[in-house]
Ligand binder design. Sequence first.
Ligand SMILES: Nc1nc2c(ncn2[C@@H]2O[C@H](COP(=O)(O)OP(=O)(O)OP(=O)(O)O)[C@@H](O)[C@H]2O)c(=O)[nH]1
Ligand SMILES: [Mg+2]
Length: 283
Amino acid sequence: MILQKIKDFFSHPSKVQAYSLDQLEEVLLESDVGIQTTQALITSLRGKTNLAFEDVKNAFIQLWLPKLSSLERVIEPKTYPFVIMFIGINGSGKTTTLAKLAYQFKNHGKTVLAIAADTFRSAAREQLSSWAQKIGIEVFQGQKGADPSSVIYDGLKWARHQKSEVILIDTAGRLHTKVPLLEEMKKMKRVIQKVSLEASHEIWMVLDAHTGHNALNQCRQFHEALGVTGLIVTKMDGLAKTGMVLTLAEALALPIIYLGMGEKKEDLTPFKAQAFLERLFVF
Ligand SMILES: Nc1nc2c(ncn2[C@@H]2O[C@H](COP(=O)(O)OP(=O)(O)OP(=O)(O)O)[C@@H](O)[C@H]2O)c(=O)[nH]1
Ligand SMILES: [Mg+2]
């Protein structure tokens, strides 16, 4: 996808014959792969004769594989309860991802409780309830307009009472630039830490793959405020600018846990570096 320009470059016979590394360098820069990647690729390709598209593809994958592989993370909790709070900007796919994950844990025989801490958007609680019904999990609902931290507090107490193994917390979408909303989330995190002392806590940021360049800013600010423990990139089934995953990997090196591949409950796949990189070259 982001590498369409490289493919085009090699699909013009005249260009291939007359190709030069300088021209390829120009194309790489236009393809949005970044200066560092471009320079590393050009260095690794120097001296090769009859350069073809496959050579660039293989060099690109070799270059990125070690870094991206180090960001894979398998979710097999060793201790329960396992608490995950989902955060991100509006419409990134938090609620849908929560539902998909609930479905996976449920299929592994775990008891799952979803806490509806998005008390802001009017249809949010109904959306989560409708998913929960489909999947067959319980939802802890707060009052509409309630303080999300207090909903989390009550929800976690309820989870303890119910002996829930996996607790998934849905939160309202918010911009990374809105300081009061970031402060609100910090408070939510403090509540989780306080109430579930013995549990493992995760904060997963859900990002839409179409976000483009702004993704880095978003991630950085959420991470600074909260200490994000993992990323989920959604809407990978569309024609996404997946290049932003590379930018994030380079700049922040946060684990990438799952990729969202559609709107159905089954459409969540663990992030695998090799498959991800191969996919960048499918047009
Ligand atoms: N194609 C596709 N659509 C997705 C994916 N994940 C979520 N969506 C869609 O994106 C839209 C927004 O998803 P939500 O889960 O409501 O997003 P959210 O982050 O909870 O939104 P807010 O609560 O309003 O901030 C919905 O129409 C989802 O069906 C995905 O992986 N692929
Ligand atoms: Mg939502």
